[in-house]
Design a protein around this ligand. Sequence first.
Ligand code: NAP
Length: 248
Amino acid sequence: MSSALEGKIALVTGGSRGIGAAIAKQLARDGANVAITYTSAKDKADEVVKEMEAIGRRAIAIRADNLAAEAMDLAVNETIAKLGGLDILVNNAGILHTGPIEDFTLEDFEQTIAINVRAPFLACRAAGRQMQAGGRIISIGSNLADRAPRPGLSLYSMSKAALVGMSKALARELGQKGITVNVVQPGSTDTEMNPADGAFADNQRARMALPGRFATPEDVAGLVAWLAGPGAASVTGSVYTIDRGSNA
Ligand code: NAP
């Protein structure tokens, strides 16, 4: 087991399932103590915490609905109060809302922006106030920020593109404090949000340069853990796409 993150403290939003759960567990395997947030899946969040504790890490699950503006300040404060600091922030929680633009309601728009954009921004604000030199911020975007392969993606693609602009600007700003800020853009990754046997799965597989299967949450977690570790100390303001070549 690697100890690249020994003694570091991480906060992973949306760590109860899917990509976030895999990221939390990978950071823990690499040595970090980890806080995760969830909205409704308390049982799953508790299971992830237990797995991390079983390998000797300190871990907590925080209920935080990113629809609420105060959620990220509360989550960052609780992480610091219970685990003793914040070295790594992973903005992972997100929702996928698709449909023709003619059908979107203002509520659809507000919800996507609140969860996919406002919460990462507010988490970065809290981290900017609290993190020390060596801090790492990684936001989970999407390859759909670069290219929309089918109709219906305006809201989601817009929200994920916003993370790129924010992260590049913050890389320059928080770089003054020795904090790096990067984006990881998964493509089709087998989770409840986008199951490998779902309605559009065959179309997604057909776009891949590496054919055959979706990425796994663990594939994405490996890249995030590298960005969180000492090997990526000089990497900031960068966008890493991990989509089996779908946008190649
Ligand atoms: P997922 O399986 O649906 O899991 C979503 C996670 O976010 C869960 O932990 C969920 O918590 C949490 N969450 C949902 N709504 C929330 C809210 N209002 N406040 C706080 N947390 C909330 O999704 P995933 O596929 O792992 O996606 C993780 C990230 O990767 C997202 O940002 C997504 O956009 C991005 N992504 C995914 C894919 C893909 O193909 N799967 C591709 C590109 C990018 P609960 O369990 O409590 O509901």
